[in-house]
Write a protein that binds this ligand. Structure first.
Ligand code: ASP
Ligand code: CP
Length: 327
């Protein structure tokens, strides 16, 4: 029987009998997860949260090394993976600026990951090209975790997004989730909508015409039974939304900056907007924000985006512990 590309059990050390969920596996796409997997991951993340609250740092991954390989800018993903590894007693090779690595001499992605896996036990990769994480995973024997591949996916973000929704609203089934902004280039909404298709939810997409959710993804999710509707304005759907997931217009993905100028600032959430929202709603954003949510909203109890970032630490601790066979 041939193993799917993300299964690397064949590379486990001889005699290693550990069968923990995701042990030795790549995390490339949320399509890998079942609902049961998600409940398991969230349970481990809850345990990580407790451990951090009570003892701060502990030695679950003592002696393990993570290579943090970022070809694109990042604050949250890179530093939360770093903090996750250090909270678990492991250490990190940080390559957050590939310009200063041999990538700038022309070294290929496969050779770069082959190099790093000589020194590390797991590789976290962010790259501007869709599919780059899968290419890296093919080249590497060690697990590769996709930290964002172009406009493709950002699976650990979607895990932390769903974990946040569960934390904020206590459930996922039965909710109405509205995604707003750049649904064409935003990889976080691509991953999140796929994960939501595992649940009984209604999803509204609100975007300028130019930045609609890719039609092939909508069709694929339709086949999975996800109830989706598309809109140009927020007003009609906001009052029934349990989650409003706002995104940044992804300036760096536009070939024509005039097009970006035409859509930037299309939607801005203000205290006035929040007046039409449910009293119990989660206002989320993967961040960074560049004007889509006004700072005046930050003190609204429904503003969940800072709590969302914190969830990233616990979820990434869970993912690292799992792929390294310790959870
Ligand atoms: N930080 C997220 C990402 O890397 C969202 C964004 O940059 O707008 O996809
Ligand atoms: N949400 C997110 O991926 O943030 P960074 O781009 O700062 O890592």
């Amino acid at each position: 029987m041939s193993l799917p590309a993300h299964l690397k059990s064949r590379h486990l050390p001889l005699g290693d009998q550990r069968t923990g969920r995701f042990y030795g596996q790549d995390i490339l796409s949320v399509s890998q997860f079942t609902r049961d997997d998600l409940e398991y991951i969230f349970g481990v993340a809850d345990a990580m949260r407790n451990m951090v609250a009570h003892i701060g740092t502990f030695d679950l991954l003592k002696g393990k090394i993570l290579a943090n390989l970022f070809y694109e800018p990042s604050t949250r993903t890179s530093s939360s993976f770093l903090a996750a590894m250090e909270r678990l007693g492991g250490s990190v090779i940080p390559i957050s600026e590939v310009r200063y690595s041999s990538v700038s001499k022309g070294e290929s992605l496969p050779d770069t990951v082959r190099t790093l896996e000589c020194y590390a036990d797991v590789i976290v990769l962010r790259h501007p090209e869709t599919g780059a994480a899968a290419i890296a995973a093919q080249a590497a024997r060690k697990p590769v975790i996709n930290a964002g591949d172009g406009i493709g996916e950002h699976p650990t973000q979607a895990l932390l997004d769903l974990y946040t929704i569960r934390q904020e609203l206590g459930r996922i089934d039965g909710l109405t989730v509205t995604m707003l902004g750049d649904l064409k280039y935003g990889r976080t909404v691509h991953s999140l909508s796929k994960l939501l298709s595992l649940y009984d939810v209604n999803v509204h997409y609100v975007s300028p015409d130019l930045l609609k959710m890719p039609a092939d993804l909508v069709a694929q999710l339709n086949e999975h039974g996800l109830r989706q509707t598309e809109h140009a304005t927020l007003e009609g759907v906001l009052p029934e939304s349990d989650v409003l997931y706002v995104t940044r217009i992804q300036k760096e993905r536009f070939a024509d900056l005039n097009e970006y100028e035409g859509v930037k600032g299309a939607y801005v959430i203000t205290p006035e907007t929040m007046r039409s929202a449910k009293p119990r709603m989660a206002l989320m954003h993967p961040l960074p924000r560049v004007g889509e949510i006004s700072g005046e909203v930050d003190h609204d109890p429904r503003a969940a985006y800072f709590r969302q970032m914190e969830c990233g630490l616990y979820v990434r601790m869970a993912v690292l512990a799992m792929v390294l066979g310790k959870a």
